[in-house]
Design a protein around this ligand. Structure first.
Ligand code: FAD
Ligand code: DHB
Length: 374
């Protein structure tokens, strides 16, 4: 079988790429390893940058996001027992929206199926040849797909990046901690997100709606989730206040790393999203950066010069995001037992909440720099 673009991976990057190509009249086939329910239930990111929202609008899928998403015009940094608001909107003219990644994924899957375009779940044995073929098994039959372009949107643990490992330079940093994340049925701790620096470790208060709280605690990278009561007690300690409590219905631990490969392309294979780069989640950038990549890739299709420049253009933005995510992570977490380092962090935090220039630098990166298109 032939198609113009073979998309490996039906996460946010692959699904959005399929939708952008559809709007440009370019055909594609999306191959996804897991079943639909699994992909739709996977709990991950929650913060959409303005540019990601604009992209959802551009592809005609913004209605539910505008109805159900929560627009936030500021975030709070909390340290030494006090909260300090960074007024994102006042400083940059832009805001962020809380709308779960799985809601974005549901909207994109629904639209793809309504258009009647190929999106195959539960494919296996996927083998990618950067010369332009993808072989896979679906419903017990093996298939070969020939394509003008293969989009490797299969996440950090996919098969596309390993297929071109020989030509890649890897830049990587692992952190000696992870995040323990919970979802609970109770009103959020505050109207806006709180990023808290505390001697016992970082904590983040977020939400999915006015009734659902999302919280994170810095923990050991291989920690087992704590019992519910211990999680709530630890959140209270790190935020320095009593947060609302309710039944916890989801718990998990995510390790943390920074990772980039260069180039992001070889032959007809182009990597996008987590397949090419990972950030620690402190800047809320993973999902948004995946969207930035596919906006660039979709606009480059059919233009040899633009495709040749894909890596260079994508990585320029990727490295800005890498720096911001590393900076937020190292400013807010307990990095070591070294008191010198702790004093530097506190100085950086004080400077960020008292200098308009520094607060603007945080705000500008947090609401997100513009997406680049060809
Ligand atoms: P993915 O979402 O990983 O999608 C890749 C898709 O490819 C998956 O559906 C997978 O099943 C499929 N796939 C894999 N292998 C194959 C194959 N061989 N063939 C076909 N399909 C395949 N970011 C934040 O900003 N904030 C957060 O709180 C946050 N939490 C996270 C928690 C976890 C546990 C993880 C893993 C990530 C988190 N992220 C977070 C990062 C963010 O969710 C990702 O950056 C985002 O999902 C990237 O989208 P993607 O489409 O590139 O990759
Ligand atoms: C959420 C996740 C993040 O990584 C972040 O920085 C802010 C919010 C969230 O899941 O709501």
């Amino acid at each position: 079988m032939r198609t113009q673009v073979a998309i490996v991976g039906g996460g946010p990057a692959g699904l959005m790429l399929g939708r952008l190509l559809e709007r440009r009249g370019i055909e594609s086939v999306i191959l996804e390893a897991r079943e639909r329910e699994y992909v739709q239930q996977r709990v991950r990111a929650g913060v959409l940058e303005q540019a990601t929202m604009d992209l959802m609008d551009e592809v005609g899928l913004g209605a539910r996001m505008h109805r159900e998403g929560l627009v936030h015009e500021g975030v709070e940094l909390r340290f030494d027992g006090e909260g300090h608001r960074i007024p994102l909107k006042d400083l940059t003219g832009r805001a962020i929206t809380i709308y779960g990644q799985q809601e974005v994924v549901k909207d994109l899957i629904e639209a793809r199926l309504q258009s009647g375009l190929p999106l195959h779940f539960e494919v296996s044995d996927v083998v990618v040849d950067p010369a332009g073929t993808v072989t896979y098994t679906h419903e017990g039959e093996s298939h070969t797909l020939e394509a003008d372009l293969i989009a490797g949107c299969d996440g950090f643990h996919g098969v596309c990046r390993p297929a071109i490992a020989d030509v890649l330079t890897v830049y990587e940093r692992e952190y000696p901690f992870g995040w323990m994340g919970i979802l609970a049925e109770c009103a959020p701790a505050s109207e806006e997100l709180i990023y808290a620096h505390h001697e016992r470790g970082f904590a983040l208060a977020s939400m999915r709606s006015h009734q659902i709280t999302r919280m994170y605690l810095q923990c050991a990278p291989d920690a087992e989730p704590l019992p519910d009561e211990e999680i709530w007690d630890e959140l209270d300690r790190r935020f320095g206040m009593s947060v609302n409590r309710g039944p916890i219905f989801e718990k998990g631990v995510t390790p943390m790393r920074s990772f980039v490969v260069e180039p992001m392309q070889h032959g007809k294979l182009f990597l996008a999203g987590d397949a090419a780069h990972i950030v620690p989640p402190t800047g809320a950038k993973g999902l948004n950066t995946a969207m930035a990549d596919v906006a660039l890739l979709a606009s480059s299709f059919g233009d040899e010069g633009a495709l040749a420049a894909y890596t260079q253009r994508a990585l320029e933005r990727v490295w800005r995001v890498q720096h911001f995510s590393w900076w937020m992570t190292s400013m807010l977490h307990r990095m070591s037992d070294d008191p010198f380092e702790t004093q530097l962090q506190r100085s950086q935090l004080r400077y960020t909440v008292t200098s308009e220039a520094q607060a603007t630098a945080l705000a500008e990166n947090y609401v997100g720099l513009p997406f680049i298109t060809a």
